[in-house]
Design a protein around this ligand. Structure first.
Ligand code: NAD
Length: 495
């Protein structure tokens, strides 16, 4: 069954777009068209921004706890619709149902966390150096926020941005990835049902080049919050810079898990399998490098290959399936091209997989085998470039120092992990690994919303989502001085 979805612009659902239509295909069964969407461009973005700008002066004056109550209500609606949302998301994005339930759950967690901020939004009160004078700082909303999101977390990532932005008093124009607009439509429906004023939330589906660029270039968009590839992030930062607008970037990763000789190997094995092949390796935090200490290398690799070979690949709605398809044909071709690079250019050893799955029901979707390369050297392309698929590169190291050097030898710096029972080594890793996130005895995936999310180096530009740190993206600090002396007091002069 295929649905006709619509954009939501200036308080109205509209089913035509100046850029034609987009089709949303189930990557596990390409016979199924999940939906048809109007594709917007500069015109739709212009209308959406104008509406958001018009609503902003009203919404910013709604008390923050009241705005937060609406987001809490959105969380309750997500709870109520969790299963149907997860099933829709698996159909449009392909990841297994357990994971799409997790994706919705992350949206729910974000609703609880962000709505709590409505009664905090802490500023400082500080003593003033002059008598009869009071000093404080307060968070102010920024204005219209443009949210541009990727397809791998169709619910969680938009909620990370939209929920706190609304609680802070901003209005929103949201452009989801072209591959996952259905979940976005559902999220906007929920926000409206929860009570967000219609013009405070606008949805413009469309391509990055048309709708995305129009958001970045629009002079009335005060903040662009972008999650996606480093390549696109660079362009957005440059364009945003021309307008001096705030741009928050959450970009790519080349995350690694280290396993030291003293580690709990079974635990580390489970972590590596989940980190590398969960979400078909299509997480920004996916484990795409596995750094193994010499003493356990061979034993670990054998066990890993044995377990990865048995992973059940298939339609994420079927029970027992552990890994779904790649998101689309182009992504599967990228994965295959990196396998070819690994074999022919890098000359690493292909130890498992390496092929598209095309027999039987697999022929219906964009499936790829769980793939493992061994004898990988840290400078090889498969150890440097983000593949975004079920491909794991194993690198052998002799000791902890080399493991950390290899870990850090990448332009990215998102997630990292080390398995060890040595507390000293664990603390050195926490200190010395160049990444926004470090897990001790856990896989590289599994962030929780109450801690900052983001990375260093080419993974971003210093902003953090989730936690209270996201408030720095969606608010401006205002410093306020109240002089109740009744006379002119000159700071730094009248001491
Ligand atoms: P992408 O960069 O191709 O697209 C992301 C979004 O940007 C989409 O909505 C797309 O339509 C839009 N876009 C594309 N070109 C644009 C342009 N010129 N101007 C404005 N918008 C444009 O990324 P993707 O393929 O959707 O997602 C995968 C990437 O996202 C990976 O690199 C992954 O690591 C990254 N990612 C990062 C995080 C994080 O938090 N660090 C989380 C998830 C995904």
């Amino acid at each position: 069954m295929s649905d006709q979805y619509r954009n939501f612009i200036a308080g109205r659902w509209v089913n035509t777009g100046t850029q034609g239509t987009l089709t949303n295909i189930n990557p596990a069964d390409t016979r199924e068209m999940v939906g048809v969407f109007p594709a917007g461009g500069a015109e739709e973005v212009g209308e959406a921004v104008a509406a958001a700008k018009d609503e902003y002066p009203k919404w910013r004056l709604v008390p923050a706890p009241r705005r937060a109550d609406i987001i809490k209500r959105a969380g309750e609606l997500l709870v109520q619709h969790k299963e149907e949302l997860a099933r829709l998301m698996t159909r449009e994005m392909g990841k297994i149902i357990v994971e799409t339930r997790g994706d919705v759950q992350e949206g729910i967690d974000t609703a609880w966390y962000a709505s709590g901020e409505g009664r905090r939004l802490f500023g400082d009160t500080v003593p003033c150096e002059l008598p009869d004078k009071f000093g404080m700082s307060a968070r102010m909303p920024v204005g219209v926020c443009g949210m541009i999101t990727p397809w791998n977390f169709p619910m969680a990532i938009p909620t990370w941005k939209i929920f706190p932005a609304l609680v802070c008093g901003n209005t929103v124009v949201f452009k989801p990835a072209s591959d996952t607009p259905a979940t976005a439509v559902k999220l906007v429906e929920i926000l409206l049902e929860a009570g967000v004023p219609p013009k405070a939330i606008n949805l413009v589906c469309g391509s990055g080049g048309k709708a995305g660029d129009a958001i970045v270039d629009h002079p009335d968009v005060a903040v662009v919050s972008f999650t996606g590839s480093s390549e696109v992030g660079r362009k957005i930062a440059a364009r945003g810079g021309e307008h001096l607008k705030r741009v928050s970037l959450e970009l790519g990763g080349k995350n690694a898990q280290i396993v030291m000789d003293d580690a709990d190997l079974e635990l580390a094995l489970e972590g590596a399998l989940w980190g590398a092949f969960g979400t078909t390796g299509q997480r920004c935090t996916a484990t795409s490098r596995l750094i193994l200490q010499d003493g356990i290398h061979d034993k670990f690799v054998n066990a890993l290959i044995d377990r990865a070979r048995k992973l059940r690949v298939g339609n994420g709605l079927d029970s027992g399936i552990e890994m779904g398809p790649c998101i689309n044909k182009a992504q599967r071709e990228t994965v295959k091209s990196y396998v070819d690079i690994g074999i022919n250019e890098d000359r690493a050893t292909l130890a498992l997989g390496g092929h598209e799955l095309t027999q039987g029901d697999y022929a219906l979707g964009w499936f790829f085998e769980p793939t493992i390369f061994i004898d990988v050297k840290s400078g090889m392309r498969i150890a440097q470039e983000e593949i975004f698929g079920p491909v794991l590169s194993v690198i052998r190291v002799k000791d902890f120092d080399e493991a950390v050097r290899v870990m850090n030898n990448t332009m990215y710096g998102l997630s990292s992990s080390i398995y060890t029972r040595d507390v000293n080594m664990a603390f050195r890793a926490m200190r010395d690994i160049e990444a926004g996130i470090t897990y001790i005895n856990g896989p590289t995936i599994g962030a929780e919303v109450q801690l900052p999310f983001g990375g260093v180096k080419a993974t971003g530009n210093g902003h953090r989502e989730a936690s209270h740190t996201v408030l720095d993206t969606f608010t401006e600090w205002k410093s306020i001085y109240v002089d109740f002396s009744g006379k002119l007091q000159r700071a730094q002069i009248d001491t």
